[in-house]
Write a protein that binds this ligand. Sequence first.
Ligand SMILES: [Zn+2]
Length: 437
Amino acid sequence: MIQAVFVVGGRGTRLGLTDRPKPMVDFCGKPLLERMVEELASQGVTQFLFLTQYMSEYVKNWFGDGSRHHARIDYVEEASPLGTAGSVLHAKDHVQEECIVIYGDVFFQMDVKRFVETSRGNGGCGTLFVHPNDHPHDSDLVHIDQDNRIDRFYPKPHEPGLLVRNKVNAAIYYLKKEILQYIETRDGVQDFGHDVFPAAVQRGARLYAYNSSEYVKDIGTKDRLARTIFHWKQNIPALKSYKNAQRAVFLDRDGVINEEIDGVYHPDDLVLLPGVGEAVAKLNASTFLAICITNQPGVAKGFVSFDELDTVHARMDMLLAQSRAYLDDLYFCPHHPEAGWEGEVAEFKIPCACRKPGNELFLRAAKNHHIDLKRSFMVGDRLSDLEAGKSVGCFTILIRNEHNKDIFAKDVIDAEISSLHEAVAFILQQENEQVYV
Ligand SMILES: [Zn+2]
């Protein structure tokens, strides 16, 4: 399978721990680290490397050589803290050609094989597990391009008004050994997220993002630990693992999330409709994914560039975050089929399968997030939204408003409702879905 490298040297001061390192904090009768080893071992990981520093003996005494977990566990101990990247460099003789690196204070349940295989396929020297969260303003954000390649890092704290999509570094990395060349051979702390990755990208290294809404949380404070245990007792992390098929609520953008105007081409022009933040937050607190699928022909028409559209979507992410809400993903079609206009971008003026009512973006989302489309929902305000959703087997909901009074198509409209807020309430009730925050 692959080697798993755990950085386990942290102190648990904020957890009130004095007798053991942070990753050994009790998680319902077992150390957190043991639960994470079990999670990986159950998926075929048999090689572990523990990078220890603070109270190394405690960890060694607990795990031994790994035979209790049908695995081999090696240890490399540091004399003084080196940070995550410094630790990995220090252990270079024990690090295999490829590995996953995990911070010891992270609780996760994820489809490891899926993560590793996707990472192997992109040709980069590393892939970062990234996800949206409900507090991007104080999280380490990454910026990714159209091909999921990371081109910029925004470690916290952020400048006020920063416009960047809600993609947070979750501290789980797939790394090839070649990443070591970007770590400086010196004493002192070097962190992957803050020091090594940003410098590597500047030097042309290819790092990619694996965008997933599987359950990954750091448990560094008592509150976070308690909430994670609460979720775990309700089986939420397992349900959200992409080993299991997910259900999504697909959302159209203009007229469903934000006010419909004649083209939103500047971040200041994006205004959320009333109640949308609360509605999306409710979806986030269920096991449904919230995924936006939108036609943006303004790109083909030359009215808005990819970068400008990206800042519009960053603005949308930041406005949603004010309600602690987020989109699990967003897909847009930049095309438009009718050529022959001044200023248009010829390469996007083509008929395509992704412009709704085409359903290619739904299929792409289903592949990326292991979604069962037939147990999913599409919420839109145009016939093309509902036709697209219907064609892949979704339950379709029309947001009835003043712009679509004339739409009547019983064969593609399963329900009609007047706002996203009510649509979400309807879905959660129909599915008997609990909200688990
Ligand atoms: Zn398209």
